[in-house]
Design a protein around this ligand. Structure first.
Ligand SMILES: C[S@@+](CC[C@H](N)C(=O)[O-])C[C@H]1O[C@@H](n2cnc3c(N)ncnc32)[C@H](O)[C@@H]1O
Length: 343
């Protein structure tokens, strides 16, 4: 059986075996300084009990600052010399914070052998414009290799800014560390943790993961599974909906698709049309400036959702056009034919 199928099957049935449920929530201050919220660190500590925090990509240290008080040790790595110097100055009086200068994957190789305790990784090192360093190279896969080389297979691994990534590449790298890892999509963050933590994924986290992986290499996710998962997303609770709506990145197809599904379910048809159009125009993803990767295709289900929103808004003419496109690509999909009969 392919690797990803195993993970999906595992997390489908893991709920009954586990004590705690990981719920989707807001992670970062997207409207403020972009740092991880303290409440999210609290949640990670409560669920997983890590004692060491390791961040790659310090920038100004706002994230590092919010981690204070939750961990026994905090380590943060920055490639940009000026950024490193400023962060070192900022944290010089805080005993349990160490700031390192250098390429994150190289620094990890040096420091990981000295770590004794459960680690929460926040992998966030990449060029981000302005005065940041690292243009032309994303160290993520090398960072994951460094974790593997040090045989650290019980850490909680959080990867920020995944919108531009081909997910199977990240998932496959993570599974080389520990093939049992539970891997999920948490909004714009990928998360992996070991099954021994006895934490299960909430329905919407499973749904994001299926929605994001459908059609990617070796995913083995059926059409029925993805449509069912996207139904779960469309019925997000008020709390989950707020967390989804906080994710910015209008250029990212998936987040527009998920926001559109919620609006469609709420019968806010005009707004849903706008989000589905954004999703379609961005091909469920956006061009990844790290790896030149672009989502390989635009799946017809986006047109199916758009047709439903157009029909709801009373625009039968455009709804029919999109239904025709859906039927041309998926003649077996009877729901589209049934809606066409109503127009
Ligand atoms: C998105 S920012 C980090 C944001 C920070 N974690 C926060 O939440 O406040 C990415 C940072 O990674 C740094 N960077 C880029 N490539 C790197 C590398 N190979 N090793 C370490 N840092 C790197 C950049 O200079 C930039 O400051």
């Amino acid at each position: 059986m392919k690797k990803c199928t195993c993970i999906l099957i595992f997390f489908m049935f893991s709920t009954t075996l586990s004590n705690e449920i990981l719920q989707f929530s807001s992670v970062k201050n997207y409207n403020g300084n972009g740092a991880v919220k303290k409440v999210f660190f609290q949640k990670m500590v409560t669920l997983f009990n890590p004692t060491i925090f390791i961040e790659t990509g310090t920038l100004t240290g706002n994230n590092t600052c919010n981690a204070i008080g939750f961990f026994e040790e905090i380590h943060t790595i920055e490639l940009g010399m000026l950024l490193y110097q400023k962060a070192s100055e900022r944290f010089k009086n805080i005993e349990n914070i160490t700031v390192y200068h250098g390429d994150s994957s190289e620094v990890l190789k040096q420091i990981l052998p000295k770590m004794h305790g459960k680690i929460l990784f926040w992998l966030d090192a990449h060029f981000s414009g302005g005065t940041t360093a690292g243009e032309g190279r994303n160290p993520l896969i090398d960072e994951i290799r460094a974790i593997k080389m040090n045989r650290i297979n019980n850490a909680i691994i959080l990867i920020d800014d995944i919108r531009g990534w081909e997910m199977s590449k990240i998932r496959d790298a993570i599974l080389t560390i520990n093939p049992e890892y539970i891997f999920c999509i948490f909004g714009d963050i990928a998360m992996a943790f070991p099954p021994e933590d006895n934490v299960a994924l909430s329905p919407i986290l499973k749904a994001f993961t299926i929605s994001r992986f459908y059609g990617s290499e070796n995913s083995n996710i059926s059409l029925e599974m993805v449509l069912e998962a996207e139904k779960v997303i469309s019925k997000a609770s008020a709390y989950e909906k707020n967390a989804i709506n906080e994710i910015p990145f209008p250029e990212s197809g998936y987040y527009n698709l998920w926001k559109g599904l919620i609006l469609l379910n709420e019968q806010q048809f005009e707004k849903a049309i706008n989000k589905f159009n954004l999703a379609i125009n961005n091909e469920f993803s956006y061009f990844n400036y790290y790896s030149n990767w672009r989502a390989p295709y635009l799946h017809w289900r986006a047109h199916w959702y758009l047709a439903q929103a157009l029909y709801g808004a009373g625009n039968n003419y455009d709804a029919k056009n999109f239904l025709d496109q859906v039927i041309a690509q998926a003649p077996f999909f009877t729901q589209a034919q049934e809606l066409l009969l109503l127009l």
